[in-house]
Write a protein that binds this ligand. Sequence first.
Ligand code: SF4
Ligand code: F3S
Ligand code: FES
Length: 248
Amino acid sequence: MSTREFRIWRGAAGEGDFASYRVEVNEGEVVLDLVHRLQATQAPDLAVRWNCKAGKCGSCSAEVNGRPRLLCMTRMSALPPDGPVVLTPLRAFPSVRDLVTDVGFNYAKAREVPSFVPPPGLAPGEYRMAQQDVERSQEFRKCIECFLCQDTCHVVRDHEENKPAFAGPRFLMRLAELDMHPLDAAPDRKRAAQEEHGLGYCNITKCCTEVCPEHIRITDNALIPLKERVADRKYDPLVWLGSKIGRR
Ligand code: SF4
Ligand code: F3S
Ligand code: FES
């Protein structure tokens, strides 16, 4: 057993300051264990959101030493051994209290992406897809909606003004999934991605991929292919002609 200093942002609605605590640390513990110990011993009113403590609900997202992380999946032993552990709420979203943020931005963006449109003339149960198409969707479906990727993307992290025009990596990935889905019958996902959801703002920094706790290759497998498909549609004369004929 040892102890460690924590500096935790305490406050509400963006007003507040850091508070320091010294907390007992035991072998194998994760940051959320320490937050719970703090609540039990020194700071019963410390607000934190969590649910599963297994890396699957996406609730415990916050920033540890400035990096977006799941508190329940961040082992104390993986952090630098010296200096305080600094806990702050997700920076890209409005603060509610202490480590809790209002992630409603993401739900609003989710509602802006129309869901899968079934192919005409086929009933559920009659759909047939190649295994590789199933596997492509399954990678994206591992998303636990922790919104760490949304928090880290520089397009909105430091630019509140971009939020209305930019869906963020999680929802651009959803558009990519649907656009590459062989049975999705919705028209114009590519045009919508570019013109309504801000695909062009993404300059492929890959920060979203680096923080994804599900190790989804957001940039390589969703965003870059979607950009390529948008470019094909715009600049390849055969693809352009095909899209016009196909729409008749
Ligand atoms: Fe979280 Fe990854 Fe889903 Fe983004 S894509 S919300 S980082 S699980
Ligand atoms: Fe942002 Fe990811 Fe693109 S971090 S800039 S959406 S590659
Ligand atoms: Fe569910 Fe951390 S508590 S992901």
